[in-house]
Design a binder for this molecule. Sequence first.
Ligand code: FCB
Length: 472
Amino acid sequence: MTFPRGFLWGAATSHFQVEGHPKEIAHRLSDWARWTEEAGRISDNTTADQACQFYERFEQDLLLVKELNLNAFRISFNWPALLQDWRNSSDEKARVLDPKQVEYYRRLLGALREQGITTFATLFHFTLPEFLAESGGWENSAVVDEFEHFARLCAEAFGDLVDYWITINEPLAYAYQSFISGLWPPGKKAEYLSAFRVIRNMLEGHARAYHAIKAVNQEAMISYTMHWRPFFPQNKFNPFDYIARHFRDYVFNHLFPEAVQTGVLRFPFPLSTNPFVAAIAGRVDGLKDTCDYLAINYYTRELSKFRFEWPLDLFGERSDKAEFATNDMGWEVFPNGLFDLLTRDTMPYQKDSKGRKRPIVITENGYAATFAAELTEGDWSLSDHTRISYLLAHLEAMHQAISAGVDVRGYLYWSLLDNFEWSEGLRARFGLVRVSYPTQERLLRESASVYGRIAKNNSVEIGNFMSVRGND
Ligand code: FCB
């Protein structure tokens, strides 16, 4: 399977999950840093205080990127670290980015540029400055001005070093985990209207950030990432499970991209008849067509089951059953979903309203196995054949979609390193590279060598398949 010339082979990361907290920003941590200090929030009781110490060690880690022959890399900017609370300050300097943090990101992006690596940078990857979180975060429409301000400053500071911008990472996953499941800060549960308000503010924030970046660089390539998840009825013979599947698919997958496509936020009937929901719906100024490429994160599918007593949770919930093998977090491995979304489900968004085609980049895809955070020695997890199978199966699905004419330009594996996986903590390990947290030692897993060969050859060869099948 040979990929188109110039195909981007990369890995994705986010600041909070890998960097650790630099001492000099200790007085302005994020909502997430505070969240991890609260007992019981993180399933293995770990924090991201050190994570992979990427902030100090990025130069060595970029050698791994080179060793794996990658030509693309995704980072995110630490909003809380870059911008302090300037609202009550008379000091004009408070309104600008912290020069020390700017220097860090310029060194990081500059080193990538020197290695000839295409850069992807995300402005909001789940962590809010505390002062914004305290005033309601994304629930409060005041965040929109703040986000626009941050986007403009980042475009001015880093615009020459960023190839692809991502405004907001996975808006629906964020709204769901933070306002419905309560697993992420602010930890609200079943607050559907808040979640919908967050979506509206994120659409406005995305649109304003898009125009702010374009004002600095008209040529910039800008998107947001969608977490695409196919929904299937848990029971094929139960028509109610189809209803749950239908609503969940519309809201999780289509609500945001459709709004970006049309400029109008629309909720499905009968949700749309609720006056509070109707007040959130409607036109969003400047939103239409604010998307230059499709950035898609894909991991798994959901089997949905009907639950009448939760009408606002889209009449259903995720079933804990699975038909196929799962990763250690219970995420079913379903590569066909990647083919389907590329060749069918995202078709309405693969062109702008004037009919111009948008290229696609898979900005995350990966497989987790769990190993305790305190492990240091042993050969645990270095022969990661299930990860290799996952990788190859998804590359095969993507290649089939490319052969069918879909314009996929790149693939970023999540993630280069094991890292802090939000409410799952340090033990859910997605890395091509194993990180022993107590020693910060990095060791390449077998998947890293396989992926490195694929990136080098720009193709998946029979040998790649043999390496995993031979060991099964
Ligand atoms: C995605 C997130 C990313 C990472 C992966 C496993 O939803 O964008 O930060 O946690 O899942």
